[in-house]
Design a protein around this ligand. Structure first.
Ligand code: ATR
Length: 303
């Protein structure tokens, strides 16, 4: 098929599909909005790898069949996104310690013997992006304030605790924050994590935070959303404010930038979690710059 629609053109590819093409993809419901196919196909093309990455829309009632189908169809692996990350857990033959601790799988690896390994690369993606973005920072990140206690927050807190930082989790529903802290402490007994109510605890915790991470869904709709913050609490120039949201500039990042803080959106985390999945499937180092560029293209060069 030939098409002039740029969405279907992948640069530097001679022929996209051969008789030996390895399959990968993303299982989600819905999945049509995913930027991962553009990112991974650009990476495969850049390295000349005979792989393809396809969207796999799977309703919750069919998740078991779909995962078993990966093996039957000879997939190299797949990503897993909302709402299936917890549901695929019992379908795996093995889990990495982090996937087990988070009770969520975002990457499935189909091993040569047909068995399935479930991993979670979200925390890795966050840390890899954070480290690259703050490479020029003079002082270390020691105190972290995480806003939110859902699945995204859990992956971030686990990774930050593993890196040895002190973490305060603030959430609208304090019991969820307490549960998150317990989960992380169970997996990492040396973790220094504490739970606090939103928004009362913000002034004190913000004053000592080097890094503030928004892992709530507030900001997904841009200016239409409330702040996951108290606007009377100031940001400082020596703070880093990281928002996991990547589709819009969130009200939190605008406020933090106005206060002089270094702001980072979630696009880099998306790239680096994908890069890790790519490496697990192919055994090759992922072309991170190519993946960033593909996402910038997809999002209209807003980044
Ligand atoms: P995900 O798995 O993507 O992290 P989630 O589990 O739905 O999504 O978590 C969303 C997070 O945003 C939660 O921390 C949620 O707070 P609650 O645990 O109290 O629900 C937070 N959140 C969503 N809407 C919010 C709002 N209007 N005000 C404050 N926090 C909100």
């Amino acid at each position: 098929m030939t098409t002039n629609n740029p969405q279907y053109l992948i640069p530097n590819t001679r022929l996209l599909i051969t008789g030996a093409t390895r399959l990968t993809g993303v299982i989600g419901w819905p999945v049509g909005h995913s930027l991962s196919p553009a990112m991974h196909n650009a990476a495969f093309a850049a390295l000349g790898l005979d792989y393809v990455y396809v969207p796999l829309p799977v309703p919750p009632t069919r998740i078991g069949e779909a995962v078993r189908g990966l093996v039957a169809l000879g997939f190299a692996g797949a990503n897993v996104t909302v709402p299936h990350k917890p549901a695929v857990l019992p379908l795996m033959d093995d889990l990495t310690p982090i996937a087990r601790a988070l009770a969520a799988v975002n990457t499935i690896i189909v091993r040569p013997d047909g068995s399935l390994l479930g991993d979670n690369t979200d925390g890795y993606g966050f840390m890899a992006d954070l480290q690259s973005q703050i490479a020029n920072r003079k002082s270390q990140i020691e105190q972290v304030l995480v806003l939110g206690a859902g699945g995204a927050a859990r992956a971030i807190v686990y990774a930050l605790a593993e890196a040895g930082t002190t973490i305060a989790v603030v959430n609208r529903t304090p019991a969820r924050a307490a549960e998150l802290c317990q989960t992380v402490r169970r997996a990492l007994p040396a973790a220094v994590v504490s739970a606090h109510p939103f928004p009362d605890a913000l002034p004190e915790l913000a004053a000592r935070a080097d890094l503030i991470v928004n892992a709530t869904s507030l900001g997904l709709h841009g200016d239409a959303d409330a702040l996951p913050w108290n606007p009377a609490v100031p940001f400082r120039a020596d703070q880093v404010v990281y928002d996991l949201i990547y589709n819009v500039e969130t009200p939190l990042l605008k406020l933090a930038a106005a206060g002089g803080a270094q702001v980072i959106d979630g696009l880099g985390m998306l790239v680096h979690q994908g890069a890790r999945s790519f490496e697990l499937w192919t055994g090759q180092k992922a072309p991170v710059d190519v993946m960033f560029e593909a996402l910038r293209r997809e999002t209209g060069n807003r980044y």
